[in-house]
Ligand binder design. Structure first.
Ligand SMILES: Cc1cc2nc3c(=O)[nH]c(=O)nc-3n(C[C@H](O)[C@H](O)[C@H](O)COP(=O)(O)OP(=O)(O)OC[C@H]3O[C@@H](n4cnc5c(N)ncnc54)[C@H](O)[C@@H]3O)c2cc1C
Length: 491
């Protein structure tokens, strides 16, 4: 098994595979691109880090805690988004994160080719042969499956790439140090502010060090004759709050620029090749989900490759499953950022915002016409329908449920442990692709158990007696989902 790239996606895929006893080689250049970039990682990434056995190492690395966001959208007041008090995310620079994750991969048994770059690749009938160059002279590596996790570079991913041509985003980045720190109650928060020409954010790497970035449109920026320090200062001077974090602070080094435009892929996987993380698609960093998305994608690439290696008859199902998940994840993040762009377009009416709002709208239309409703996200049931079903459940004194009239069983791929397997799903006319698990609740069992109980807590107790226990809120959500999807009906 060969993994190209030692970022979050590559390390996640390699670690998972090594822990499943596969021989794994990982190739990484000495310095990752944008090594000085700061990353804000939300607490929700802890789950996938834990799954990979990397959480302890990341906790021990002593990264600056991430406790939430402070957002000034469209000239509005500060909106604080606080993470739950018992959980923290991390603020780290990309190089430090990569070095922790690579150490975890090595400890799991991955053979890491440090300071090595993949230069060319050929596929014969059963395997890839990848020519590499590096400090130790390079050479050829071969493997039946390759995970391309080379990020934006997209070593094998390029031919499948679909860029968003209507927008081009450039990130201008610089660090500032303030002796004594900023001494406000946002020292653990990422600060985000939109302004007429783009958006800016300021991310703390320690109490005294912040990384400040402006995201602008490359095509609407006349950088000729301006050096990057001046260009970034000119952008930050247009903001009210984020630019002010420079006051009383000293710049550390010069500003630099890196590309941040969006793209997705026509196809995220085929037999022998999986495009993980940013090799396959890039989302707006405004969501601060890039690292989490890359870790989850690498984890899933590892599961897909593991499945194909131990059971070649499942290779096509694993490839399709990975491809579909990656597509859905990109759609989901586009949908999340669409609201931010609409808000900016309405407030500023400038090309930066109107072009992005329009691109998000066009993308949603294409998806709805060509594939599926982006609000539904594959087999997921829309949140509004679940809430409506929940309200109806609350309004009823007693539950009198029966199995939905159009319910049939269909076989679909699903993750079970660390394998992709075919499992029976419940399909209805509205959800022909089928549903199986929701919030950890097995809908197959729920549809058996719920009609036998007039009180919801009794149904929950009965469910927990025959399945791995779930919480009452998760059971309730799954129950509402089953009604919303037509798996259950009120009598
Ligand atoms: C300005 C900016 C700010 C961002 N801020 C955040 C943030 O705050 N929070 C967040 O979660 N995300 C953020 N992101 C996104 C985040 O950085 C990426 O989503 C994430 O790093 C993707 O991980 P990856 O493993 O897919 O790719 P990468 O991290 O890019 O890793 C790719 C790896 O492949 C290696 N590589 C490249 N070419 C080759 C080759 N030919 N052979 C071998 N190896 C190769 C590289 O050296 C690197 O190790 C930001 C992005 C930008 C542009």
């Amino acid at each position: 098994m060969l993994v190209l790239g030692g970022g979050p996606a590559g390390c996640a895929a390699a670690t998972l595979l090594a822990r499943r006893a596969h021989r794994v080689a990982l190739v990484r250049p000495f310095t990752p691109p944008g090594a000085g970039l700061a990353e804000s990682i939300p607490p929700s990434a802890r789950r996938v880090l834990e799954e990979l056995g990397a959480l302890e190492a990341v906790d021990d690395a002593g990264f600056h805690p991430n406790r939430g966001n402070g957002v000034w959208g469209a000239g509005g007041p500060l909106r604080r988004e606080e993470f739950a008090s018992d959980t923290e995310g991390f603020h780290t620079d990309r190089a430090s994160l990569e070095s922790v994750l690579v150490s975890v991969a090595e400890a799991a048994g991955v053979h890491v080719h440090h300071s090595t770059t993949a230069r060319s690749a050929e596929r014969n009938e059963d395997e890839w042969i990848v020519a590499c160059s590096g400090e130790s002279g390079g050479g050829e590596l071969s493997a039946p499956w390759v995970v391309d996790a080379t990020g934006r570079h997209g070593f094998l991913a390029r031919p499948d790439r679909v860029p968003d041509r209507s927008t081009t985003t450039l990130a201008l980045v610089r660090r500032w140090r303030k002796p004594g720190g900023w001494s406000d109650d946002l020292e653990h928060h990422t600060l985000v502010e939109s302004y007429e020409r783009g958006w800016a954010w300021s991310l703390p790497l320690s109490p005294e060090l912040r990384c400040v970035t402006a995201m602008i449109d490359q095509r609407h920026t006349n950088a000729a004759g301006l050096e990057l320090d001046g260009l970034l200062d000119a952008e930050l001077d247009r903001t009210i709050h984020v630019g002010a974090t420079r006051h009383g602070a000293e710049p550390v080094g010069s500003a630099w620029a890196c590309p941040a435009s969006l793209y997705t892929s026509d196809r995220f996987a085929r037999r022998g090749l999986l495009l993980a993380g940013e090799a396959g698609s890039s989302i707006d960093p405004l969501s601060s989900f890039g690292v989490k998305k890359a870790l989850s994608s690498g984890w899933l690439a590892g599961i897909a490759a593991h499945t194909a290696l131990v059971d070649p008859t499942m290779a096509d199902a694993a490839v399709d499953f990975f491809d579909r998940r990656e597509r859905e994840v990109y759609h989901r993040y586009r949908a999340i950022s669409a609201g931010f762009f609409e808000e900016g377009a309405e407030a500023y009416g400038t090309e930066f915002w109107t072009a992005r709002a329009e691109a998000a709208r066009t993308f949603s239309d294409d998806v709805a016409l060509g594939e599926r409703d982006p609000d539904r996200l594959g087999t997921d049931v829309p949140k509004a329908a679940i809430l409506a079903a929940f309200e109806e459940l609350k309004a009823r004194e007693r539950l009198s449920a029966s199995r939905g009239r159009s319910v049939t069983a269909v076989e679909r791929a699903a993750i079970d442990g660390h394998r992709i397997v075919l499992k029976e799903h419940l399909a209805t006319d509205a959800y022909p692709e089928g549903l199986r698990f929701w919030r950890g609740v097995d809908l197959f069992l729920l549809v058996e158990v719920a009609p036998k109980h007039a009180e919801v807590p009794d149904g929950w107790t009965a469910y927990n007696a025959v399945a791995p226990p779930v919480t009452l809120p998760d059971y309730l959500t799954a129950l509402a989902t089953a009604f919303a999807a037509g798996l259950l009906e009120h009598e």
